[in-house]
Design a protein around this ligand. Structure first.
Ligand code: GTP
Ligand code: MN
Ligand code: MN
Length: 583
């Protein structure tokens, strides 16, 4: 088979000449194709079958133990001009990068099959959707791309109609970490990734295309590609508000997107539109309209349970791929935080021994179609997307940062997003629990200079714009006993309700230099068992502590040099001034 699009055929030929595969397979996205790939991987040992009685059509993949997370130090943005990549990215000159990585691709598919994977990010008939083609030698990648994107014939037809597509070339190579690179060429709409089979490094539609390349395109075309969940909050009266929220990796997006309101909220419903990526565009009405470019979830397994995320658990008992989880004695998937069952085999396939650390890798993941999610919104397939009422930023902060506050206006909100800090997690390799700035949760994903990105955000504030209100949340405040003060999970509904009430108007707030905080009486806290002192802590604004935080934020903004927008600097000076005056 080949395509009607010469440019695509030529590129496939060119890649085949370089990588020398034994076979070429054009993916049609069919069920039969998926089953054949599964059979193949069961034969090669890439997958093992989980208990078909409890988990029909569920499979376990164990990755190489040196290949379990995104690798930010090996991820490059190769723009022509180094300044366009910014200090927030590793940069390499495009010619050098091509040379370096093509040398690793030479002959790397000998004995393997080259899969051509046409995919569409977003509903197939959506004007906001964009297409790409990934070439990969990994059947695991093909199977995951079929769940995570609209993959196959329909996508190829759209690509042939449009004539353009993002090119992604991937090979697992020999998995040698010294020969691993994830490179982006935004001006060429091209991605090249070698040496890793792991999710964010290998499923190129996700972080590489839908965030790094798309953010670059979005800036040129006047829209936003963000690391955000999208949910709809429906009141008992049937009114729905859509909210987008950016939290760094492993900080609660998937959990919040699938929230089930607690008993104190009869008749309320949370609808899931997306759990990781949001593409938003100003509509003719001035509002931001958002789609989820993905079709599935690649979620963190540990901590997912019937009590923390019942919707996720309900979709994980069939038709799912598990990566690096543990297994029970009767081949059921298992991870830390799951009260049922116990591990017999750990994520590396060894007999479970607590001396070896956790049974499931802390960044072990499930891949599952979004259609299986009980809270999946019918509006998720709407080609126009959904209108966003509120944007929420948040991170892991064990001290200082209150449960929730609202920015005064758009430019203050952009500062709040740019200033985001979070303690690092296991989703990327490196130390865990270290505070780092992660503007808009996009530090690992913005495909261009953060200073230009801040300017782009500010530029959306046009005369006719009806922009969402901007909020900041923190579920991770710890008490003197070292435990989380806020119960979180389903109870985050109480914060969502306040946010939506603020958007609707008619509920007051407490003004502070860092923004607007809830009045205690406006938060529905019944049934939480939260003491007065704990509530005080959650809503406290420590002016001296914030003055120090703002000094740090100032240094961070300076680190982008002259490209940092003056408006952001002024906003920073305004808040710092108010903090200083209040001491
Ligand atoms: P990526 O998929 O990597 O982008 O991350 P994510 O933001 O989707 O993270 P996810 O929802 O999977 O969160 C994972 C971790 O956050 C788990 O350890 C959860 O237990 C924890 N978590 C999520 N929500 C809450 C909450 O409200 N409170 C507390 N304390 N922990 C939470
Ligand atoms: Mn993510
Ligand atoms: Mn997630």
């Amino acid at each position: 088979m080949a395509s009607k699009l010469d440019a695509l055929n030529r590129w496939v030929d060119e890649v085949a000449r370089l990588t020398q595969p034994d076979r070429i397979h054009w993916c049609d996205g069919s069920e039969a194709e998926y089953q054949a790939l599964v059979e193949l991987m069961l034969d090669t040992g890439d997958l093992s079958e989980l208990n078909p009685a409890t988990h029909p059509n569920c499979y376990l993949h164990r990755s190489n133990p040196s290949d379990v997370a995104r690798v930010e130090h090996l991820t490059f943005v190769c723009s022509r001009n180094a300044d366009d990549a910014g200090p927030n990215n590793h940069w390499m000159a495009p010619e050098e990068a091509h040379q370096k990585i093509d040398a690793l691709f030479a002959g790397c598919m000998k004995g393997r099959t080259l899969y051509v994977i046409p995919y569409c990010m977003g509903p197939i008939d959506s004007p906001l959707a964009r297409c790409g083609v990934e070439i990969s030698d990994s059947p695991y990648v093909v199977a995951n791309m079929r769940i995570m994107t609209r993959m196959g014939e329909a996508a190829l037809a759209r690509i042939e109609r449009e004539g353009s597509f993002v090119r992604g070339l991937h090979s697992t190579g020999d998995l040698d970490p010294a020969k691993r690179f994830i490179m982006h060429f935004p001006e060429e709409l091209t991605i090249k990734s070698i040496g890793s089979g792991y999710g964010g490094n290998a499923l190129l539609g996700k972080k590489c295309h839908a965030l790094r390349i798309a953010s670059w395109q979005a800036r040129q075309e006047g829209w936003l590609a963000e690391h955000m969940l999208i949910l709809g909050l429906e009141s008992p009266q049937g009114e729905t508000h859509y909210v987008a929220a950016a939290f760094p990796s492993a900080c609660g997006k998937t959990n919040l997107a699938m929230l089930i309101p607690p008993a104190a909220y009869p008749g309320w419903k949370v609808w899931t539109i997306g759990d990781d990526i949001c593409w938003m565009q100003p509509g003719p009405d001035g509002r931001l309209w958002a789609i989820n470019p993905e079709a599935g979830f690649f979620g963190v397994a540990p901590g997912t349970s019937r009590s923390t995320n019942p919707n996720a658990l309900a979709m994980l008992d069939r038709d799912a791929i598990f990566t690096n989880v543990a297994e029970t004695a009767d081949q059921q998937p298992w991870w830390e935080g799951l009260p049922e069952g116990k591990p017999a085999t750990d994520w590396q396939g060894r007999d479970y021994d607590p001396a070896n650390g956790p049974a499931a890798h802390p960044n072990s993941r499930f891949t599952v179609s979004a259609k299986q999610c009980p809270s999946w919104s019918p509006r998720a397939e709407d080609p126009q997307g959904v209108p966003i009422s509120a944007i929420i930023f948040g991170g892991r902060r064990e001290s200082l940062v209150p449960l929730v506050f609202e920015a005064r206006d758009w430019k203050h909100g952009v500062l709040v997003g740019a200033a985001m800090g979070s303690e690092t997690t296991a989703a990327a390799t490196g130390a865990v629990g270290v505070l780092r700035r992660d503007s808009m949760a996009m530090k690992p994903f913005c495909g261009y200079n953060f200073a230009d990105y801040f300017s782009h955000w500010l530029s959306l504030d046009k005369a006719n714009a009806k922009l969402p209100r901007i909020f900041h949340v923190n579920w991770f405040r710890k008490g003197a006993n070292g435990k989380f003060v806020w119960p979180g999970f389903g109870d985050n509904m109480r914060v969502l309700e306040w946010i939506v009430n603020r958007c609707k108007g008619g509920v007051g707030a407490v003004e502070t230099p860092i923004g607007l905080l809830p009045r205690k009486e406006d938060l529905k806290l019944a049934g939480l068992g939260l003491g007065e002192a704990e509530l005080e802590l959650l809503l406290e604004v420590d002016h001296a502590g914030w003055a120090r935080e703002y000094a740090g934020i100032g240094e961070y903004l300076e680190s982008f040099g002259a490209r940092t927008p003056a408006l952001l600097q002024q906003e920073h000076a305004r808040v710092s001034g108010e903090l200083a005056a209040s001491l």
